[in-house]
Design a protein. Structure first.
Length: 264
């Protein structure tokens, strides 16, 4: 992973660039695309990812997860989140957590995020004209793992919710390209274990590092606000919370509510 490692000076989105490479049959598994500037970075649920030019990690990795089924997408998500957490734990000694589904938090401040976009294709059964073949649904052809990490940035737009950078936490500045290449190596190690069907260890670590685990959190669902205890995330990627009952929640069904926290 990380071969080739392509540096882009300015691009709308590294995920868009990687997807375009896939659709043009120019991508290869393990290819990494790093941008010094994104003009239209993408976050979860259609949000934008705002980043200062030349100050952060803006990276997309192309993977070919043919060994997984589309229903197992969270296994890849957990694998990447745990790998990113492991890498940055070398630089940040404590208070580093994974916020469901795949944001990296230091204390109550967002250090980075992960956005995985998938390309599905028809299975061999679907392609066959034979009426005797049973359709098995789509195959998982490609994944583009987009990673945005605040590294050296010190000022952020006021509309962002409690961002923080590695430099703010540690008081040091970093070479973003070098960090990104090191990160690729850590992700590769975690991904190879996933290829070897080591599924449970990633999920266990994911829950070990889960943000607000066993704490009461304010949630909003539609027009209703409520409190519940964060218990875990299951193998389907659902957040398990407990209020009157223990309930699994799909991503996008609830919003976290938290008070603004100012950097000291």
């Amino acid at each position: 992973m990380g071969i080739p490692f392509v540096e882009l000076q300015s691009i709308d989105s590294t995920n868009n660039y990687a997807l375009a490479q896939i659709h043009a049959n120019l991508a290869q598994p393990g290819a990494c695309y790093f941008a010094h500037e994104q003009t239209a970075g993408k976050g979860q649920r259609g949000r934008s990812w705002v980043s200062e030019k030349g100050s952060n990690i803006l990276l997309s990795i192309v993977l070919n997860p043919l060994f997984l089924q589309p229903s197992q997408q969270f296994l890849l998500s957990a694998c990447i989140a745990v790998a990113v957490h492991r890498f940055f734990s070398h630089y940040v000694n404590a208070d580093l957590k994974i916020k469901w589904p795949n944001d990296l938090y230091w204390k109550d401040r967002k250090l980075g995020g992960i956005l995985i976009e998938n390309v599905l294709g028809k299975s061999n059964a679907e392609k066959s004209p034979s009426p005797h073949r049973e359709s098995k649904g789509p195959n998982w052809k490609w994944s583009v793992v987009g990673i945005g990490i605040n590294v050296n940035q010190s000022r952020f737009p006021s509309e962002l919710n409690n961002p923080v950078s590695l430099a703010q936490i540690t008081g040091k500045e970093y070479n973003c390209v070098q960090l990104a290449k090191e990160l690729c190596g850590v992700i590769d190690d975690s991904y190879q274990r996933l290829v070897q069907e080591d599924h449970n260890s990633n999920l266990k670590l994911y829950n070990q590092f889960l943000y607000k685990r066993n704490e009461i959190v304010n949630f909003k669902k539609g027009n209703r606000s409520f409190q519940a205890t964060v218990k875990s995330v299951n193998e389907n990627g659902q957040l398990v919370i407990q209020h009157f009952i223990e309930e699994p929640i799909d991503f996008g069904r609830v919003d976290w509510l938290q008070e603004s926290v100012q950097m000291e």
